[in-house]
Write a protein that binds this ligand. Structure first.
Ligand SMILES: [Zn+2]
Length: 476
């Protein structure tokens, strides 16, 4: 069945020091409830909101990065509703319709799987308060309200209903988070900094909205659940109701919150206290000029300036933290190609294996560079290096220390290796005979020497000694 998913993502602009319309600190996490509030963000009579200019700059930067068209004159609206999460009974937001103009319209995000997801609009608005339910949302008898979050600057990104699967929704959100991280406007690792509502309809049927999903994993789960629920309803001949549902993470089900308000129910009025904001071309050009290096530019630079293989460059430039790790290695003097191979290859697969994130303090550029230097100086083989890297990620110990503690230095002692080669030749007469005609047998002999030294023999020297010995046999 044809599935259509649209997403509405709210991202806190976590790089701002104050809220969207007042000077309350936006660094509220972990603080006592209702300690970051003032008459403006509480909407007390007689107060005037004052637009945080940095929020406008962030909004324009986000719009540019998402290929969205910035509107020359944007307006603020009051979204009226009776709900305790805004003490003034309205949220200052933007509105696309009537006289309302959001900061940007249109745009797109290209997913790495080759799909383009279209953006409908981008707007700036204030975050409502945080509601804390005692128990679950549908049964709680009381609700606590923390207004510290009320008034925090958000950028809201609304997609067209272009997404076809729950998996695609997750990929889109990951990509969006990566872009925002590159821009430096929003730190997706902060709790609740990125929240998502999803609209979903099946086979052109009724649209159901799922509210306030907190993580990408949960978005995928919630959508999966909702598809199954709606399919089951249709199979039983029941109609899907147009409603707003809540995703209950602990029970992993969606529950009905209310029959959906239409936009008219919200009652939008132009905000009389904030003048329309003119966004001039010069302003947009200035923001564009100050944009940090975005993934596609990074990728080109890695390939052109650092000779990194294209595939590695594509992976390294996709994620801010990964690109920072790589750039730090290069800054510390690592060979870019070698560093890129190790990061994209073994490092990423070990991180998956150990379930470690790139932010983990055990993942250190210094350690990677030290390991690369040990290989370069001929002190450990590539094979040993893999072991060393894995252990370094597990324990946080430096590669040098691991090599010393476990006696992993490469064996470059020629006499010792000669003796081992002779031993191997005695034990593998068949292979020695084959080796005159067959390169694979030569490799087998080399491999046997490596095995005797648990991979510590210098591979170049070993190969040389094995071939020398073979040539002597042929002569003799
Ligand atoms: Zn305030």
């Amino acid at each position: 069945m044809d599935v259509k998913i649209g997403l509405e993502i709210h991202c806190q602009l976590t790089n701002l020091r104050t809220k969207l319309f007042c000077n309350c600190s936006s660094d509220y996490r972990g603080d006592e409830p209702n300690t970051h509030i003032c008459p403006i963000c509480m909407g007390l009579p007689g107060t005037l909101p004052l637009l945080n200019e940095k929020a406008l700059e962030d909004g324009v930067a986000v719009a540019l990065a998402l290929n969205s068209e910035i509107q020359p004159k944007m307006t603020f609206y009051r979204k009226n509703y009776f709900y305790p999460d805004m003490p003034k009974n309205f949220q200052i937001s933007q509105f696309d319709g009537g006289d309302g103009v959001p900061i940007a319209k249109g745009g797109f995000v290209d997913l790495d799987v080759g799909r383009r997801i279209k953006i409908r609009r981008i707007q700036i608005e204030e975050d409502p308060a945080k509601l804390v339910y005692s128990g679950t949302i549908d049964t709680a008898e009381e609700v606590l309200i923390d207004y510290n979050r009320a008034g925090i600057a958000l950028v809201e990104i609304v997609t067209e209903p272009d997404i076809r699967t729950p998996r695609e929704a997750r990929l889109f959100l990951q990509k969006l988070r990566d872009i925002l991280e590159f821009l430096g406007v929003s730190d997706g690792s902060l709790e609740g900094s990125m929240r998502c509502d999803a609209n979903i309809s099946l086979g052109g049927g009724t649209r159901v909205e799922i509210k306030n999903i907190s993580s990408f994993k949960e978005v995928e789960r919630a959508l999966r659940f909702e598809i199954t629920r709606q399919k089951r309803l249709s199979a039983e001949g029941l109609t899907v109701q147009r409603e707003t549902r809540h995703w209950d993470e602990s029970r992993r089900i969606t529950v009905s919150l209310r029959v959906k308000e239409t936009e008219e129910d919200y009652r939008y009025f132009p905000e009389p206290d904030i003048m329309p904001v003119v966004v001039s071309e010069q302003y947009v050009d200035a923001v564009r000029g100050a944009l940090p290096e975005l993934p596609h530019r990074k990728k080109d630079r890695y390939v052109e300036d650092l000779n990194v293989p294209v595939q590695n460059a594509a992976i390294l430039s996709r994620n801010l933290r990964l690109s920072q790790l790589f750039e730090r290695c290069v800054g510390l003097g690592a060979d870019p190609v070698e560093a890129s191979n190790w990061i994209v290859g073994d490092l990423l697969s070990y991180l998956r294996e150990l379930d470690l994130s790139l932010e983990d303090p055990k993942v250190r550029a210094e350690h990677l560079v030290e390991m690369l230097r040990l290989i370069e100086d001929g002190l450990i083989s590539g094979k040993i290096a893999k072991e060393v890297l894995l252990e370094s990620l597990k324990t946080g110990k430096s590669p040098k220390r691991i090599v010393e503690e476990r006696g992993l230095m490469k064996i470059g002692d020629e006499e010792l290796l000669e003796r081992l080669v002779e031993e191997v030749f005695r034990e593998n007469r068949r292979a020695v005979l084959d080796a005159r005609l067959n390169e694979e047998a030569v490799n087998y002999l080399i491999g046997q020497v490596m095995k005797k030294t648990a991979g510590k023999a210098d591979p170049v020297l070993t190969s040389k000694l094995v071939r020398l010995k073979l040539s002597q046999i042929e002569v003799g």
